[in-house]
Design a protein around this ligand. Structure first.
Ligand code: PMP
Length: 391
């Protein structure tokens, strides 16, 4: 059997990370990995997480098997975080703990394939690299729509033009906030337009919420999702606690399905549980137990996320100012108004290679950099290097 295995090339992202780790130059910058880092260059464990872990350790709960749907307090807490306190929305959801945001996307893809195996999933181009493998794994079709910067922030006409051939029942993935990889911000008017478009065409929005709190703030970042939920009878949500709770390796997330009414959801829970059972059975408890503790009294945690958000916003402003001071081209100006951890540089693979080889600065081949991976001291050297490779 092993001889018949098809060859698979290593994940390009992880190859770059290995190259970074092997780079002896002290000034090297890792802007590849999608993780928040603080000024000391480490990915911190929020104090709120440490405090919750201490309480959980003291409580010393048994490690007996849990439910297929995971931690019920976590699921209820995530529903409130995503949907707000609005009873009309909270009456329409089923939420199930997942193995990170990735696991939520996969569960939802499998669920869609149970109902409409010929459906096509529409994702942005540029987009999150893992959407295609996750959505096509259960056999769904996959197409893309353009996501482009425009004077008003986002080229809505290009996006809706590309979505025009989508058929009723097709799924449209929208990043809840802080688009990966572009950082392009969807303003309330863009959300209203794309939400109404989906409702009119019978398309099913799938909101991928991996960075809530990193854009304009925890509540503001959920506004687009809530708009979509209010306008559309069926909505899917994949949420991640990796970034905003710093729970990356604990694999904590949630898959949510909203139906027109509670009755419309009656088949969802048993099906999602069956899908989970055939894959990993139960999701890991620890991260969800921590998150449930935090969500029960979130004030201290919210302050910590706000501090992370502000740090990234300051780095963007500083990078924008440094690029202007270097006389960089107008193409770089968008970096400042973009939101969240990522931006896509206006550079091709050759320029990204020169950044790597001549300046020890590692971004992806496609030009994505993790702004949240910078320290204040690295902003100047980065701006200088960008100016040099872009000319
Ligand atoms: N969706 C998007 C858009 C992401 O950027 C990520 C994380 N890189 C995920 C989902 C997956 O998150 P997790 O690590 O929680 O699986």
């Amino acid at each position: 059997m092993l001889a018949q295995l098809p060859p698979a090339s290593p994940d390009p992202l992880w190859s770059l990370i290995s190259a970074y780790r092997a780079d002896p130059r002290p000034e090297r910058m890792d802007l590849v990995v999608g993780m928040y880092r603080d000024e000391s260059g480490t990915t911190p464990v929020p104090d709120a997480v440490r405090a919750a872990e201490t309480r959980l350790a003291e409580a010393g709960a048994s490690k007996a098997y849990r439910a297929l749907s995971g931690n019920a307090d976590f699921n209820a807490g995530m529903a409130r975080l995503l949907l707000g306190d609005a009873p009309a929305r909270l009456a329409r959801h089923y939420t199930m703990q997942s193995v990170g945001g990735t696991g939520a996307l996969r569960l939802l893809a499998e669920l869609v394939a149970c109902a409409t195996p010929k459906a096509t999933v529409w994702s942005s181009d540029p987009g999150y690299v893992n959407h295609r493998p996750l959505m096509t794994a259960p056999g769904l079709g996959f197409e893309t729509y353009r996501l482009r910067e425009a004077a008003q922030g986002l080229d809505m006409a290009a996006m809706l033009d590309d979505l025009a051939p989508a058929k009723p029942g097709d799924v449209v993935i929208l990043h809840g906030c802080c688009h990966n990889p572009t950082g392009i911000d969807m303003r309330p008017e863009h959300w209203a337009e794309v939400s109404a478009f989906c409702a009119r065409r019978g398309l099913i929005p799938l909101v991928d919420m991996a960075y809530q709190g990193f854009g304009d703030g925890m509540e503001a970042d959920a506004a687009g999702l809530r708009r979509v939920v209010d306008d559309n009878p069926t909505v899917l949500v994949a949420a991640s606690c990796s970034k905003n709770m710093g729970l990356y390796c604990e694999r904590t997330g949630a898959a949510m399905v909203l139906g027109e009414s509670p009755a419309a959801l009656s088949r969802v829970a048993p099906l999602l549980e069956r899908i989970a059972r055939a894959s990993y059975s139960m999701p890991p408890e620890h991260g969800a137990a921590v998150a449930a503790e935090i969500l029960a009294a979130p004030e201290a945690w919210l302050r910590e996320v706000e501090a992370m958000r502000r740090r990234v916003a300051h780095l963007r402003a500083a990078l924008g100012a440094a690029l202007r001071a270097e006389g960089a081209s107008a193409e770089f100006a968008a970096l400042e108004r973009q939101k969240g951890m990522f931006s896509l540089l206006p550079l091709g693979p050759e320029e990204m290679r020169r950044l790597r080889e001549d300046h020890a600065i590692y971004g992806t081949e496609t030009g994505r950099i993790n702004v949240a991976g910078l320290t204040a001291a690295q902003v100047g050297p980065l701006a200088r290097a960008l100016r040099q490779v872009a000319t």
